[in-house]
Design a protein around this ligand. Structure first.
Ligand code: NDP
Length: 369
């Protein structure tokens, strides 16, 4: 009987298809019509560059206002996402499979030779489908890579808000629940506030759009980054005042390092003479910043992100490993990514990168790694 119930829950329902369609449809329309700063992306190998309209924050606020109205008018329940979690997960997974296959087929057919759309095909189906064929595929004028990451980050917040509503309905809301949701909401809102920084990240400038990114953005980010919220629905944790204070401190330090490092690099790329921590920047070979956070470790931004991930898990206490799956995943991903980025940078910057590595020997955590 239980197996039957699980199987039934695994078949995408019409309501979850409708929810997903409305959500992605809203984002497409909002991204197109709402105002936002237009930011030039990195210069591609053929000298061209894309432009991104960074209106994620206004799209998010508008969506929250629409949803708030919907809840107030009782057109829908605030717990709808939490109630349909597995159905929505499955529907989104099937959608990302479908999209990645379409992207693969469309990429193979493309004759365009520009850096954004030139097909990069190895002939190995699994490899090409997984890593993608084109760098910046578009659909009806929408840059899909930028669109999917926005959908994933916003989806994470929507899931969390629904879980928070469910916690209140079921009477499980307490300090742990509030801290977890507060930290994540700040992190995601901050992401959209600084959305333009996304345009110079590895995913946008270097990764092709295949199943790995589509699944990562649409399924992995919203459904697994919220794992602590799902866990707290079923498990009650009473934090001591000291634990709560240590938790807040981890979040604050993580945030400062994460945002500070990403901001310093972004500002440096735009204006290589801009002061870092009140002093002129130290620059190697005219290209690489080696002061501020970038003089402490070559990927201090990853350290900040890892601390933030820990601060999202600490509200769950230490009785289970499940809430720590997110920081564990992030640790593996960022170490792998840091290795790939090092390889890319050493090819791109050659002796300048070598000099940087000598000056800043630590990769992520000073004196440890
Ligand atoms: P970075 O933002 O660190 O970008 C790496 C690129 O920055 C390099 O390829 C190089 O590109 C440039 N660069 C490296 N060192 C220097 C330097 N010293 N001076 C100037 N430019 C430099 O990496 P990511 O895009 O991977 O990460 C961005 C953020 O996103 C991080 O904070 C990370 O933690 C977060 N993230 C979070 C994930 C999650 O799942 N939560 C997943 C992935 C990332 P160029 O060729 O332009 O010089």
């Amino acid at each position: 009987m239980e197996a039957e119930a699980i199987l039934a829950a695994l078949i995408p329902s019409w309501s979850s298809v409708v929810l997903l369609t409305f959500y992605l449809g809203y984002l497409a329309v909002a991204g197109f019509i709402l105002p936002g700063k237009v930011v030039p992306g990195a210069i591609l190998s053929d000298g061209t560059r894309l432009h991104y309209r960074c209106n994620g924050l206004v799209s998010l606020l508008m969506l929250l206002a629409l949803l708030g109205t919907g809840f107030y008018m009782k057109w829908m329940s605030p717990t709808v996402i939490a109630d349909k979690g597995v159905e929505l997960l499955l529907t989104t997974f099937i959608f990302s499979l479908f999209v990645s296959l379409v992207l693969y087929a469309a990429g193979l057919k493309s004759c365009c030779q520009c850096s954004s759309l030139k097909p990069n095909v190895t002939g190995n189906f699994i490899h090409d489908w997984w890593f993608g064929v084109q760098l910046n595929p578009c659909f009806m004028g929408i840059d899909l890579k930028f669109f999917f990451v926005r959908a994933g980050m916003m989806g994470w917040l929507l899931i969390n808000l629904s879980l928070l509503a469910k916690s209140y309905v079921t009477g499980t809301a307490n300090l742990s629940v509030i801290l977890y949701h507060f930290f994540c909401a700040l992190y995601i809102t901050d992401y959209f506030f600084y959305e333009e920084f996304m345009t110079s990240t590895w995913d946008i400038i270097a990764e092709r759009l295949g199943f790995m990114l589509v699944f990562g953005d649409l399924v992995f980010i919203p459904f697994t980054f919220s794992i602590q919220g799902w866990w707290l629905l079923k498990n009650k944790v009473e934090l001591t005042k000291v634990a709560a204070a240590a938790n807040c401190l981890t979040f604050i330090i993580g945030y400062r390092v994460f945002r500070g490092a990403n901001k310093q690099k972004h500002v440096f790329k735009k204006n290589p003479k801009a002061h870092i921590w009140g002093k002129p920047p130290k620059v190697i070979g005219g290209k690489l910043l080696s002061s501020g956070y970038w003089g402490i470790a070559r990927h201090c931004n990853y350290l900040g992100d890892l601390l933030l991930a820990l601060s999202f898990s600490f509200p769950c206490g230490t009785s289970s490993v499940i809430p720590y799956l997110y920081p564990i995943y992030l640790l593996i991903l960022l170490i792998w990514r840091e290795r790939r980025d090092e390889e890319r940078c050493s090819q791109k910057y050659k002796e300048v990168w070598e000099e940087y590595c000598k000056l800043v020997p630590w990769r992520i955590l000073p004196f440890v790694y």
